[in-house]
Design a protein around this ligand. Structure first.
Ligand SMILES: [Zn+2]
Length: 230
């Protein structure tokens, strides 16, 4: 339906909408590439990063989510090397240094765009923040506090103790392998929960991931303090 609206001629849309308020019209059009204009020269259809007429950098599209800003598929299981490549390519083009000879207005857009791309990349890079972000896109927040099942709490306490008591490289590396494989399992579960829109399962899994990631951080500290070379 949205596509049909954007592809139609503006006058036709206005008639078809039959006097629906201007605010609705603005909501439908703002940020949509097909109808936006270059901020500098008013050239319509600024669908790329740069205006085809005056070559000025365009503002980020406010309707785009982080996946769309970077240009990767909207899946929890994303291709991390493709993400890194797209990010690097974008940062090369958007780097504020490239806009030294441009107007102040365009420099400001490049700074804002560049920091938005950084934020999008760091959010999508890590499975925990990526999963939390997808949950938000689907209209659900990760609660700050959740009740933990006693079995899970017990498991976390035991793991913490295990890390604290580990006194040989073999032992800490074994625990690290176990935690990593738990995190892989949790990521698989999170992927399934997000695909099937099972939000309570997704939240439960994300909370568990948080705890295991903090154990993983502790393990890294121990490995560092033991000077283990890998
Ligand atoms: Zn232009």
């Amino acid at each position: 339906m949205m596509l049909a609206i954007f592809n139609a001629r503006p006058n036709a849309i206005w008639l078809r909408m039959g006097g629906v308020g201007v605010s609705v019209w603005r909501t439908l059009t703002s940020g949509a590439n097909e109808t936006s204009k270059c901020w500098n020269c008013d050239e319509p259809s600024a669908s790329s990063l740069f205006c085809r007429r005056c070559d000025s950098l365009q503002r980020p599209n406010a309707r785009q989510n982080f996946f769309q800003i970077i240009g990767v598929d909207e899946h929890f299981r994303l291709d991390e090397s493709a993400l890194a490549k797209k990010f690097k390519d974008l940062q090369k083009v958007l780097h504020p240094d490239k806009f030294n000879n441009k107007t102040r207005a365009e420099q400001k857009i490049s700074e804002e765009y560049s920091s938005l791309v950084n934020k999008a990349y760091s959010t999508l890079l890590h499975p925990l923040s990526r999963g939390t972000y997808i949950l938000q896109l689907k209209g659900h927040e990760l609660p700050e506090k959740t009740d933990l099942e006693s079995g899970f709490l017990h498991e976390i306490m035991e793991r913490n103790e295990e890390v604290e008591c580990a006194d040989t490289p073999e032992e800490i590396l074994r625990i690290e392998r176990e935690i990593k494989s738990i995190l892989v399992r949790l990521q698989n579960e999170l992927n399934d929960a997000l695909i099937t829109d099972d939000f309570s399962a997704a939240i439960k899994t994300l909370v568990q991931m948080k705890y295991y990631i903090s154990i993983e951080d502790q393990i890294k500290n121990v490995i560092r303090s033991m000077n283990i070379v890998r």
